[in-house]
Design a protein around this ligand. Sequence first.
Ligand code: SAH
Ligand code: SF4
Length: 408
Amino acid sequence: MTASSATAPEKFASAAIEKEPLSRYVAPAKPSLVGYSRAEMAEALGSVGVGERQQRMRVQQLWQWIYVRGARDFAAMTTLPKELRAALAECFTLARPQIVTEQVSADGTRKWLLALPGEDDGRPHEIECVYIPETDRGTLCISSQVGCTLNCSFCHTGTQRLVRNLTAAEIAGQVVLARDQLDDWTLADIPAAGERRRLVSNVVMMGMGEPLYNFEAVRDGLAVVADGEGLSLSKRRITLSTSGVVPMIARAGNEIGAMLAVSLHAVTDELRDRLVPLNRKYPLRDLMKACRDYPGLSNARRITFEYVMLKGVNDSLADARALIRLIKGIPAKINLIPFNPWPGTIYECSDWEQIEKFSQIVFDAGYASPVRTPRGRDILAACGQLKSATEKLSARERLALRAMALTD
Ligand code: SAH
Ligand code: SF4
């Protein structure tokens, strides 16, 4: 289908702004300490009889084992008394999110399908997590929800019906799991190895879900990821992407303090209402005001505006000029994202020539405008292609997508 049919009003008239998330799931009887905050660890220690006066020191030790050394077994925690190790193992685990499949793209991108506690019949909930190696960094793209309650019309995740919020531990757990898989833990026995460059150097919350619809868990999970004595990713290397949940943007700045990316994608309300239906609730005027007021905004801490390039929909040169006018005065970067197609979508990616012309206008206006090269297309790992196997693609659909990736 061509992009022009995307503008047919009847396609969008019924698109609800949001779906209801599941309020319950069945947690395992023996919880995992992986992803826990210090307060939760203190509570866990209390529950196995560690007195309050000892808790602080024991939390420090557990923290070091779990988040610096990546311990997977209580028995390995030699700084803890043997009885305490046994008591912890009685009641807790160090389980990571379970890997269902791992795919490695020809360009080195890795995608993990992860199973999380789910339905009472034992069926897990699934999310995807993607690692993108580059020469100067390694970026881990993590999820905040199973699916997404929002229905952006160009996003595959938005078509998934089942939605549940991740816990803070499940959010931080994705970083722990990536460090395991990439063998990216500090090797305390080899001092120099502690200095080696981290493979996971950046985290972007651009996987499944709308992070600002799961605010507390995202805030608490990212606090674990950013803790300087543990996983230690600086907040400047953590980016939270939102589709524009205006009332939560100031809180995100104050309480999370990560870098902010805003999924803009259109410069008029008329078009944005169709691409990002949440715009009907929080229109551009309000969104831009929230961006201008973002706590800590400065030239050193710019907002990234994401703009997906949809052929014949939002990619005219007039759109490019209107984009510049819209963000005028905001310290910003612009990320032009070539649209990643998925089976059944009504959109097409803009032609490269058009993306280049669009990008030139943005660049001439003084904005860095890297065109985000699609990564991992052959394994469906690119932005907006994430959709867990709960609603699996057929083998034929996957082949079709792979073919598209190879012929691009
Ligand atoms: N829900 C958040 C974060 C997850 S989506 C948000 O919307 O910002 C991460 C980014 O991928 C967003 O900018 C989103 O608009 C973009 N995206 C979604 N589907 C896409 C697709 N098919 N092709 C390219 N980018 C897409
Ligand atoms: Fe949800 Fe973001 Fe996809 Fe929109 S683009 S449906 S907010 S994941």
